[in-house]
Design a protein around this ligand. Structure first.
Ligand code: ADP
Ligand code: ADP
Ligand code: MG
Length: 673
């Protein structure tokens, strides 16, 4: 098992992927050197590596993207190779070249292959030559609007403007009619120039309701190439993946073989070595088209590892060390189903804006078939400087529905506090009936979700199960209070313990009457919610770290519950609701206070997220209209335009470009109305 060729490698990355690579190295007996910026001095990846090199200030361009410094560190720590992870320098051909010129091995493909495949126009051409189907579109960058109009006449609307140098969904624009073309082209150019210092745009037909299906390949330097099945990553927001799975419900064995062999052809044509991913879209008629090839390990690689039983990082290292692939296509077998949820520091209810802060509580799920790859722990600081990905939760099961249930249960037990995350959003996605049915497309989220919430109401049965959990926690707390009062003064409440407890639970527009038998010796409760009966078993009633495990009618469930003054906020299967619990008497007395919502025209523009101001487009005295852009804020690689929420005259502008701002900080004020 021991991999002798590299005694020690440097990992040019951070977060969960750095830890993931360390894990494999430790198993193979390879020493590891981590790198870290000032912002990451106390990160888990730094502690877990055998050594660590400090490389600079938090800003990525001066630390994780500082090629000279990283190579210098690799040499001074006696490393033999560099693993770039994903993101950062992983697809930077120049970096790969510099690594090799320093006498180190780059754990990835050759600089030539990275350069060729990193350019979407060049890789499209390569695909055409290799007989790989591409989306109808242009072979050359677009010179201007006139040419774009000619193209539009050939391929028709809608079409997609794509940056040749793009990645991470940046700079792409869908154009549905001729009138939008000029401004869309301008915007796409601008964004790609800023993001990638390149403004070449090409055009593809926009395929409606496609699925995103990608093939994982593995190639060695001797010309052996195998495919390790597909991954479906159709659940996306802003062209970024949210949930990934393998196999895909849309791919059968003949299609898998066809796509797999096509991907291998492309890899061969590119002279590719190492792990790579060929991305395709699959249209509703079953035709697939090449999108791009990612020349690195992918965020979603764990699902492939779960069903193939392979360690992709190990394979990458062995190939980079010059070993031939030890497996042939016939050796690759796919077992069961695996699904991954990305947990990001983002608020799905606020346009998926990034969130930041200190992780105040952190508890991850465990269990059969559950894998968690995370980059943080309690006390970690999540900053604006890096990607919002915090952790990945992966579930593996025999069938798709097994994997979904396991993943959902694991997410129920995922407790991260300190700022908003996508845990419950991801859970709502995998519980959505359309997801369960495997009815996916890249429009899934637009079609089924709004402001981070499912467009359909929660299932009543789930609300009833939640009512039971909430009542048990509420009742237990009340009993403890009563007991302690009784101890202090034995007459209080004596003889009040009834045989059956009645509660009224109010959630959304539902009112549930819950009855619980008081005697729960042996950890068994009998209860009813409305006309439904439940047997609840909890050998030891454990409400630990805000998590409660209950077996209800023979199935075990994990709930997360949190007191909010008198009410309880509960999280389960993506449902997040505040439950009000009353005794019947309290309920009868309770009159609903309907607070009048007074419409006040605010004079302050508050900052919606933490970040850096990149531009201010208005000055005191300007009259602005509702919806007009006021300024721009960049956070976690994403630039967001902040629009005016009202008409009015600007009074004061309190921020300037390059200034760091925080959520709710006042950015500018309007003249009083
Ligand atoms: P995919 O999501 O298909 O793996 P992307 O090109 O969108 O591919 O980016 C890969 C991943 O790398 C992103 O999802 C993100 O988590 C991470 N990433 C990209 N750029 C950076 C960066 N500058 N810093 C940290 N992580 C990054
Ligand atoms: P990136 O480098 O940003 O990942 P991709 O070419 O891989 O760019 O595209 C990202 C996503 O954009 C795809 O997963 C898909 O959802 C969508 N997409 C790309 N090209 C098309 C197309 N021609 N038609 C429809 N959707 C597309
Ligand atoms: Mg892509």
């Amino acid at each position: 098992m021991r991999c002798r060729v590299f005694e020690r490698i440097l990992i040019a990355n951070r977060g969960e992927i750095a830890r993931r690579i360390i894990k494999t190295c430790a198993r193979l007996g390879i020493g590891t050197v981590a790198i870290y910026s000032q912002a990451d001095a106390r990160s888990p990846h730094v502690e877990e590596a055998d050594d660590a090199a400090f490389i600079g200030p938090p800003v990525a361009t001066e630390s994780y993207l500082n090629r000279e410094k990283i190579i210098e560190a690799a040499i001074s720590f006696g490393c033999r190779a560099v693993h770039p992870g994903y993101g950062f320098l992983s697809e930077n051909a120049e970096f790969a070249r510099m690594v090799e010129q320093s006498g180190l091995a780059f754990i990835g493909p050759s600089p030539e292959a990275i350069a060729l495949l990193g350019d979407k126009i060049a890789s499209r051409e390569l695909a055409l030559k290799a007989g790989v189907p591409v989306v109808p579109g242009t072979q050359e960058p677009i010179a201007g609007v006139d040419e774009a109009i000619v193209v539009a006449e050939q391929i028709g609307f809608p079409m997609l403007l794509k940056p040749a140098a793009g990645g991470g969904g940046r700079g792409m624009r869908v154009v549905r009619e001729k009138d939008e073309l000029a401004s869309a082209l301008e915007a796409a150019r601008d964004e790609t120039r800023k993001g990638f210092a390149d403004d070449r745009i090409f055009i593809e037909r926009y395929v409606e309701r496609p699925r995103h299906i990608e093939i994982q390949i593995m190639a060695d330097t001797f010309g052996n190439v195998v495919y390790l099945g597909e991954r479906e990553c159709s659940v996306q927001r802003r062209y970024q993946k949210v949930i990934e799975e393998t196999p895909s419900p849309a791919v059968d064995e003949p299609l898998r073989r066809h796509m797999g062999e096509t991907a291998c052809e492309l890899a061969r044509a590119a002279g590719y070595a190492g792990a790579g991913t060929v991305e395709f879209i699959l249209d509703p008629a079953g035709n697939f088209y090449f999108l791009e090839m990612n020349t690195r390990l992918q965020v979603e690689h764990p699902v492939t590892e779960e069903v193939t039983g392979l360690d992709l990082v190990e394979l990458q290292i062995r190939v980079a060390a010059g070993e031939p692939l030890a497996l042939r296509q016939a050796d690759v077998s796919l077992n069961g189903w695996a699904i991954e949820a990305r947990i990001c520091a983002e608020d799905p209810s606020r346009g998926s804006f990034p969130t930041t802060g200190i992780v105040t509580r952190f508890a991850m799920p465990r269990g059969t078939g559950v894998r968690v790859d995370s980059g943080i722990r309690a006390g970690s600081l999540v900053t604006i400087y890096y990607d919002s990905l915090l952790a990945k939760v992966i579930a593996h099961g025999e069938t798709r529905i097994d994997a979904i249930r396991r993943l959902s249960k694991a997410l129920n037990g995922c407790h991260i506090e300190g700022f908003a995350t996508t845990v419950d959003f991801a859970n709502a996605v995998v519980n959505h009936p359309a997801f369960v049915a495997g009815d996916l497309s890249t429009h899934f989220l637009e079609e089924h979700f709004q402001d981070g919430e499912s467009k359909i109401p929660p299932r009543e049965e789930d609300l009833r199960l939640l009512s039971i959990a909430v009542v048990l926690v509420y009742h237990t707390r009340q009993s403890l209070v009563r007991e302690s009062l009784r101890e202090a003064s034995p007459r209080v409440g004596a003889g009040e313990e009834a045989r059956v407890h009645h509660y009224v639970v109010n959630v959304d527009a539902h009112v549930f009457e819950v009855e619980m038998e008081a005697d729960f010796s042996g950890g068994v409760w009998y209860g009813t919610v409305g006309e439904f009966s439940y047997k609840v078993v909890t050998p030891k009633f454990e409400y630990y770290r805000r998590r409660l495990k209950l077996n209800i009618n023979g199935t075990s469930h994990t709930f997360r519950l949190q007191y909010e003054e008198n009410h309880i906020r509960a999280f389960y299967c993506g449902i997040v609701r505040t439950f009000e619990v009353y005794t019947p008497r309290e309920w009868a007395l309770a009159h609903h206070m309907i607070r009048e919502r007074v419409e006040v025209l605010e004079n302050f523009l508050k900052c919606p997220m933490p970040g850096l101001v990149t531009a201010v487009s208005v000055a005191p005295g300007d009259y602005v209209r509702r919806g007009q852009e006021l300024l721009r804020i960049e956070s976690m690689k994403m630039e967001t335009a902040i629009a005016s929420f009202r008409d009015g005259e600007i009074d004061r502008v309190l921020v300037q470009p390059k200034q760091a701002v925080d959520t709710d900080e006042i950015l500018l004020t309007f003249k009083g109305s």
